[in-house]
Design a protein around this ligand. Structure first.
Ligand code: PMP
Length: 282
């Protein structure tokens, strides 16, 4: 079951207009919240980021935060699986005329669609995954979680074709993030990650991992990371709501460090799992 514009429907029956601006222009924003044993993780933070994405594109938020939370909780109990990935988006609706400026008096399209959550298996966590790199050819507002996902589609497809799970992006000689994840770099026991800016998505998992480093005495520096530092790293990890903390053990065919999942990746993954379980129990 999903939610579309005020109705709860089976996915097969959910239809939007062919002229939806999400479809024509990517004119909308989205979120993905992981749900463990029917408990959404960091929902408030995802809703806050949605508010910020909506405000940035001047699309009025269709619901107050409490209403979003109510709808999401209502949908979570309707599913027949416990661990869920709750996708939701708001587009600027559909107007008869295909014109770029905002249309007047058009209702937004609201979709909330939970699907089974697929996190990396224990085996994938233990072996890590391979990545390629690419120049970051995206725009300069990567802080907006926008529906314009063609760069991520092309970058993840390029990775998939060569048996890799992620594409690490560099802009002007510096690390930005992954195609659909944030990136952390380890060198000599210190964790590095780029600061929030218009060049990266402010990841919810990124925030959790930073907090976990800070609260557990793991040395961390939030600063610009040069491409050469990434290529000379002892460890690389990608983080996202669905991949959690996942080690990258190969970049462009070369081993990262000694080519196995490093001690800090293991530690942060363990801290993340522990934190997640604690939050879910409380
Ligand atoms: N950066 C990009 C470009 C992403 O698409 C994502 C995940 N959708 C992330 C970072 C990670 O964000 P989060 O931890 O909130 O899932």
């Amino acid at each position: 079951m999903l939610y579309l514009n005020g109705e709860f429907l089976p996915a097969s029956e959910a239809k939007v207009s062919a002229l939806d601006r999400g479809c024509l222009f990517g004119d909308g924003v989205y979120e993905v919240v992981p749900v463990y044993s029917r408990h959404p993780f960091r929902l408030e933070e995802h809703l806050a980021r949605l508010e910020s994405s909506l405000a940035t594109i001047e699309l009025p938020n269709p619901y107050p935060r409490a209403e979003w939370a109510r709808l999401i909780h209502q949908l979570i109990v309707m599913q027949d699986f416990d661990d869920q990935s709750v996708y939701f988006h708001v587009t600027r609706g559909s107007a008869y005329e295909r014109d770029f400026p905002f249309p007047a008096n058009v209702a937004p399209t609201v979709l909330i669609n939970p699907t089974p959550l697929i996190t990396p298996s224990a085996q994938t966590k233990a072996s890590g995954v391979r990545a390629i790199s690419h120049v970051d050819f995206r725009w300069l507002r990567c802080d907006i979680k926008s529906l314009n996902l063609l760069p991520a589609v092309l970058m993840r497809e390029a990775a998939r074709r060569v048996g890799c799970a992620e594409t690490v992006l560099f802009r002007d000689g510096f690390l930005s993030e992954g195609a659909a994840s944030n990136i952390f770099v380890v060198k000599d026991g210190v964790v590095f990650t780029p600061p929030k800016s218009h060049l990266i998505l402010p990841g919810i998992t990124y925030d959790v991992v930073i907090e976990l480093c800070q609260n557990n005495g793991v040395p961390l520096e939030i600063r610009a990371v040069a491409e050469a530092e990434v290529r000379a790293a002892d460890e690389l990890w990608m983080t996202s709501s669905t991949k959690e903390v996942l080690a990258l053990v190969e970049l462009d065919g070369l081993p990262v460090g000694n080519g196995t999942v490093g001690p800090l990746a293991q530690r942060l993954d363990a801290l993340y799992q522990n934190f997640k379980n604690q939050v879910m129990r409380s």
